[in-house]
Design a protein. Structure first.
Ligand SMILES: Cc1cc2nc3c(=O)[nH]c(=O)nc-3n(C[C@H](O)[C@H](O)[C@H](O)COP(=O)(O)OP(=O)(O)OC[C@H]3O[C@@H](n4cnc5c(N)ncnc54)[C@H](O)[C@@H]3O)c2cc1C
Length: 306
């Protein structure tokens, strides 16, 4: 049985900084989500291992978040423990002339800047993606004709028994917006990226150009989770949604962005329920008019179904 007091006792015994009844809207780029019973930020691998082993043993629900930029959290929140990796997992270092090792909670933007400062190219595409390195590996994040798969060589993780696992690219099953980590219970701790020597100024120009293109095309002035749907084979979700007459369609405060129909934006106080209803509506209309089934890209926490 779910026991609030017992969980609090366990977390406190590990000397962790814990927030109780923490609104998840404070931790998602969508600015949506009810309260999580417990929210802990973890700074060391050992504590992470201990906590995960205990929670797993006692069958207490937990969910690891990165930077919260691809998450839709239920209005009822989450019964259990939300875990976020802290400072010890943000380190970025050069392994050799062309290889960078990066902690899972470092922001992609920091990794890209580090690469640029070391005259290493290959990561420019990721500069404007507002996720952490762990989240980007989990999702095989990509943009502008590249993706994590093209630059990663290996990653270190721990499973829910606290065992360390090293995966090289051959056993990461990276493909369009997915990875092996969606199938296995593992927390990514760090990843290694193999890049190429390039010109610092040219790399910076490319990064800036991609960001400029994002600002022009994407509704970055509103909270969102980026593209809500995966790209259907041979098509673009945004184009399809627009061609079905859904541009600007609104349910509650959730709206199909008039600037980019692939984005659902939170125009004020959108709830998860508004977003789910809008997703269902879009999927139904697009299927009715085109026979294409749209699949969500966004990950969910708590009781969310569409
Ligand atoms: C404005 C905007 C633009 C975006 N543009 C793009 C884009 O161009 N391309 C693209 O691919 N995505 C894009 N996204 C989506 C999002 O930024 C990416 O999916 C990103 O990789 C998610 O990383 P995150 O750290 O925020 O992960 P979260 O959203 O926090 O989590 C996503 C999933 O990753 C898992 N996860 C996170 N960290 C770890 C870890 N250390 N170990 C194991 N699992 C982990 C979580 O459990 C969850 O299931 C965009 C989002 C926004 C808001």
């Amino acid at each position: 049985m779910y026991n609030h007091e017992k969980i609090l006792k366990i977390i406190s015994s590990l000397n962790l900084n814990v927030l109780c009844n923490e609104p998840m809207c404070n931790h998602t780029s969508f600015k949506i989500g009810g309260k999580a019973d417990f929210f802990v930020t973890i700074d060391s691998v050992n504590t992470l291992k201990q906590l995960i082993e205990i929670l797993n043993d006692l069958k207490i629900n937990f969910f690891l978040i990165g930077n919260g930029s691809n998450l839709l959290v239920s209005d009822c929140g989450f019964r259990g423990v939300i875990i976020k990796l802290g400072s010890d997992f943000r380190k970025i270092k050069l392994i050799d002339d062309e290889t960078i090792e990066c902690g899972a909670s470092a922001l992609l933007a920091k990794l890209c800047t580090f690469a640029q400062q070391n005259s290493l190219c290959g990561l420019e595409f990721a500069y404007g993606i507002p996720g952490s390195v762990g989240g980007a590996v989990f999702m095989n994040a990509g943009a502008y004709e590249s993706e994590i798969k093209n630059v990663i060589i290996s990653a270190k993780s721990i499973n829910y028994f606290g065992e360390t696992i090293n995966r090289n690219i051959d056993n990461m099953e990276l493909s369009y917006r997915t990875s092996v980590y969606k199938k296995v219970d593992e927390v990514i701790l760090s990843a290694k990226f193999k890049l190429k020597k390039g010109d610092k100024i040219h790399i910076k120009q490319k990064m800036n150009d991609f960001v400029k293109r994002r600002k022009e095309k994407q509704p970055l002035e509103y909270p969102s989770a980026g593209s809500i749907f995966k790209r259907p084979v041979g098509n673009f979700a945004g184009t399809l949604i627009q061609s079905c007459g859904l541009k600007g369609k609104q349910i509650g405060d959730a709206m199909v962005s008039p600037k980019h129909c692939g984005f659902i934006i939170n125009t004020g106080k959108a709830t998860c329920s508004d977003v789910v209803k809008l997703i269902d509506h879009i999927k139904a209309v697009v299927f009715e008019k085109t026979d294409i089934v749209l699949e969500c890209e966004v990950e969910t926490i708590g009781d969310v179904s569409y």
